[in-house]
Design a protein around this ligand. Structure first.
Ligand SMILES: Nc1nc2c(ncn2[C@@H]2O[C@H](COP(=O)(O)OP(=O)(O)OP(=O)(O)O)[C@@H](O)[C@H]2O)c(=O)[nH]1
Ligand SMILES: [Mg+2]
Length: 305
């Protein structure tokens, strides 16, 4: 069946994409613990260190290890099943992985620190929505960085999407204009690009709040996702970023980029546990097609291959 073939191909690719994460997070724990008879303090310490060095986060690693202390139902030989169950629970508790979409206008507000892959993600998303037959408008809300608008212009042409850009204008006014245009011309999607760096973090957060308040005023019913883009290689720093952005703009989900080759994919689990934010999209390369929708079951199967 065609559908099955597609699924299978995607699944094999995901296994490759997360193979370094799988080794770090699962392989190393099983190697360190699996042969032991009991969960002695020595074994538990070793397990905790291994989980922390896989970028799972200190709190989460401690919790997973504490559950194994003073119990005798789970033996070291079952550590793989134990982690699999716990990880899946964490991901499920963070919410649905399905990208929100409804009939009418859908606005995706894309945020994140500089260089994580926001603009590339917008190019990929524009391409995905265009392939689904949607009418797509990109709002060039990064008017700070030199060449940012040109970069977005190239992506919009590649994807066959339209763009609203106003050289060096106030980003909030660009988004204001994009919403007017989208409503007047019946667009299905607006993708809002934003700056990753301004003069300082305070200014960046103020600017993001201002853009968000334009959406909240003009089209509150259309804001479908307030998404944080995280680079998979930043590991635990990503968590700190998530907290700062979450306070400013009330995030709904995460896109994890550069998962290709990364050994730090455990950040998916750390963000799910600490922030209760689901990962919805994954970037696996620099090309327009290198975007995957994230699925918790598939991810868990791939890292526990
Ligand atoms: N390998 C890989 N590279 C990626 C991925 N996504 C983005 N990149 C690369 O990361 C670099 C930065 O991407 P941008 O999209 O410009 O990042 P940005 O967040 O918009 O950066 P600023 O506009 O400076 O804040 C580029 O060289 C991209 O090609 C990915 O999923 N995998
Ligand atoms: Mg950018």
């Amino acid at each position: 069946m065609v559908m099955f073939g597609f699924f299978k191909e995607k699944f094999n690719n995901l296994k490759e994409v997360v193979s370094n994460t799988a080794q770090n997070l699962v392989g190393n724990v099983v190697n360190a613990v699996g042969q032991e008879e009991e969960f002695s303090e020595f074994v538990l310490d070793d397990m905790e260190d291994t989980l922390i060095s896989a970028d799972l986060g200190v709190g989460y690693a401690a919790e997973l290890v504490d559950n194994l202390r003073n119990q005798d139902k789970i033996k070291p030989a079952q550590v793989k099943d134990y982690l699999k169950t716990e990880f899946l629970k964490t991901l499920n508790e963070a919410g649905s992985n399905v990208l929100n979409f409804e009939n009418g206008l859908n606005i995706y507000f894309i945020t994140g620190v500089n260089g994580v892959g926001k603009t590339t993600l917008i190019g990929k998303l524009a391409y995905k929505f265009k392939n689904e037959g949607k009418k797509v408008l990109i709002a060039a809300g990064d008017t700070f960085r030199a060449a940012a608008e040109e970069q977005l212009d190239i992506w919009s042409k590649r994807a066959g999407a339209d763009i609203v850009r106003r050289d060096k204008a106030d980003p909030a006014s660009v988004v204001f204009e994009a919403i007017d245009k989208a409503k007047a011309e019946g667009y299905d999607v607006i993708l809002v690009d934003t700056a990753g760096r301004l003069q300082n973090k305070f200014n960046l957060m103020e600017e993001l709040k201002k853009i968000k308040s334009v959406i909240d005023k003009k089209a509150p019913e259309s804001l479908r996702e307030c998404m944080l883009v995280l680079d998979a290689n930043t590991g635990q720093n990503g968590l700190q970023q998530a907290k700062v952005f979450s306070e400013a703009v009330n995030l709904t989900s995460v896109a994890l980029t550069k998962l290709d080759g990364s050994a730090k994919g455990a950040i998916v689990l750390a963000v799910a546990r600490e922030m209760k934010l689901p990962v919805k999209l994954v970037g696996v390369g620099e090309k327009m097609e290198d975007l995957k929708t994230f699925n918790s079951d598939e991810f868990i199967e791939a890292i526990f291959q």
